[in-house]
Design a protein around this ligand. Structure first.
Ligand code: SF4
Ligand code: SF4
Length: 196
């Protein structure tokens, strides 16, 4: 397929950040679509994984960061496993999620990006996820609690939470993992790397 030069952004800074993390093999993408064909949630994506790779290579930052694809992606890594050119598409999605959050742009799927932030916050705090406090953080910051109090949706959450608790799947208090200091070090290193 001939490249439509009108859609290629010549400022390569966006693409360079991704290439630096993923590796130069991303340039080997020949648009076979095997990644998209195997993706279990492609039906709900506005831009398919192979199209995302092409858009990244074209430096289409606005389009890529506005896509719901980065938040719909379930990080299952099927695409990465299927790619004949060893392109880590799942990792591309990870980098894009991070870039979207750092950009300060409102997410097109705010609840998913807020959940993502709550999840990472929980890992940073205890080195592992404590479901109750993570959900509390998410519900308050995303406005989910307010919404559910209005609609009565909280009742389903309580029922589910109780069921999980009775089966030993929910702990009332958080427990720090033994290597929490190492986990926090990773977060700090990531922050330092971003500043550099
Ligand atoms: S499977 Fe790999 S080569 Fe094929 S379109 Fe996807 S990223 Fe490109
Ligand atoms: S990692 Fe994301 S993009 Fe790749 S197959 Fe899984 S859900 Fe689809």
């Amino acid at each position: 397929m001939p490249i439509q030069t009108s859609v290629v952004n010549k400022d390569t800074r966006f693409r360079d950040i991704i290439v630096e993390t993923i590796g130069p093999e991303i340039f080997d993408c020949y648009q076979c679509s095997k990644c998209s064909a195997g993706c279990p949630v492609s039906f709900s994506m506005d831009i398919l994984p192979h199209q995302m790779i092409r858009s990244v290579l074209f430096n289409q930052q606005e389009k890529v960061l506005a896509a719901n694809t980065i938040w719909t992606c379930a990080s299952c890594e099927t695409c990465t496993t299927r790619c004949p050119n060893d392109i880590d598409i799942a990792k591309v999605m990870d980098v894009l999620r991070q870039l979207q959050q750092e950009s300060g742009r409102p997410s097109t799927v705010p609840k998913v990006s807020q959940f993502h932030a709550a999840f990472l916050g929980a890992i940073q705090k205890n080195g592992r996820v404590h479901e109750l406090s993570m959900m509390q953080d998410f519900s308050l910051k995303s406005g989910d609690l307010k919404e559910k109090l209005k609609t009565g949706g909280w009742k389903n959450d309580v029922k589910l939470g109780l069921k999980m608790f009775l089966r030993g799947k929910l702990k009332l208090l958080p427990h720090k993992c033994r290597a929490v200091a190492d986990v926090r070090k990773i977060f700090n290193q990531a922050k330092e790397h971003k500043k550099a």
